[in-house]
Design a protein around this ligand. Structure first.
Ligand code: HEM
Length: 241
């Protein structure tokens, strides 16, 4: 009798573990499905703007153009991860069930930012990015400031991502954990400055935009500004997320 009840308990534990594993797996599957569609849209935008209309050579698709798409993709994923909370508050029926996706979207967005950092470092020469360098080949103020903001953002996001690892999250006080997660907004503000400093000159000259298409840095700026604005609205409306 005793042996049978032990076996039954083990069976229940195993099936609970299996269910948890399947649930986690299906969350990743949903995120990867949405992400694939988003990446195709973002990549197509970069390809059309820079290769087809502006005439950048196709040999630059694998790194130079892909880097622009990866950078914007990262912004879109992180923005979605931050927007789900407020959206679930305002439209609970549609978005509440999507809340568990926040962590996956955020981690994937951070991974894309890391890839963007590596790709940028490989390309970082005056020939690819003349706007960041002066005639002596040193970084100018735009280059130094913009890179400083990018690196600051990356390090803060790394901290946020690290504390999202379940074993680290478990060992932390809940209030500290929420505090660290929230400094992600500061990192997003740094990304806003990263693209503002590098892009502002081009943004103010719409007649030079290839095919009238917005620069990728401006698209990123608008997405981040809207995300941070919604956060401020939520803060002042007294709703906690
Ligand atoms: C290690 C830190 C970082 C470095 C070294 C870096 C480097 C660069 C460089 C060189 C560019 C110019 C790309 C181009 O015009 O083709 C750029 C643009 C950009 N970066 Fe970063 N970045 C960093 C962090 C980030 C982070 C954390 C994000 C977002 C989460 C981000 C988002 C963007 C976006 C959206 C652009 C605009 C792309 C464009 O206009 O083409 N960057 N970054």
């Amino acid at each position: 009798m005793r042996g049978e009840s032990e076996r039954f308990k083990k069976k229940v534990i195993l099936s609970e573990e299996k269910m948890r594993y399947q649930k986690k797996n299906s969350l990743w599957k949903s995120v990867l499905r949405i992400s694939l569609i988003l990446f195709i849209i973002v990549f197509a935008y970069a390809f059309i703007r820079y290769n087809i209309i502006k005439g950048v050579g196709f040999q630059h698709v694998p790194l130079f153009i892909a880097n622009k798409a990866v950078a914007l993709f990262s912004v879109v994923l992180i923005a979605l991860s931050y927007l789900l909370g407020p959206l679930a508050r305002f439209f609970p029926r549609t978005f509440s069930s999507k809340l568990p996706l926040r962590k996956h979207l955020g981690l994937l967005g951070f991974s894309m930012a890391a890839i963007h950092g590596v790709m940028s470092m490989l390309l970082f020469t005056p020939a690819y990015y003349p706007k960041f360098f002066d005639s002596s080949g040193q970084l100018n103020l735009t280059g130094e400031l913009s890179m400083l903001f990018g690196i600051a953002a990356f390090f803060i996001f790394a901290l946020v991502a690290l504390t999202s690892i379940p074993s680290i999250e478990k060992g932390m006080d809940e209030k500290d954990w929420i505090r660290i997660q929230r400094i992600g907004y500061l990192a997003f503000l740094f990304v806003l400055l990263h693209v503002l400093v590098m892009g502002i000159e081009g943004w103010l000259n719409p007649s030079a935009w290839p095919g009238g298409l917005l620069p990728i840095s401006l698209v990123a700026f608008i997405i981040i500004a809207l995300t941070l604005l919604l956060r401020i609205v939520v803060l002042f409306s007294g709703r906690r997320i």
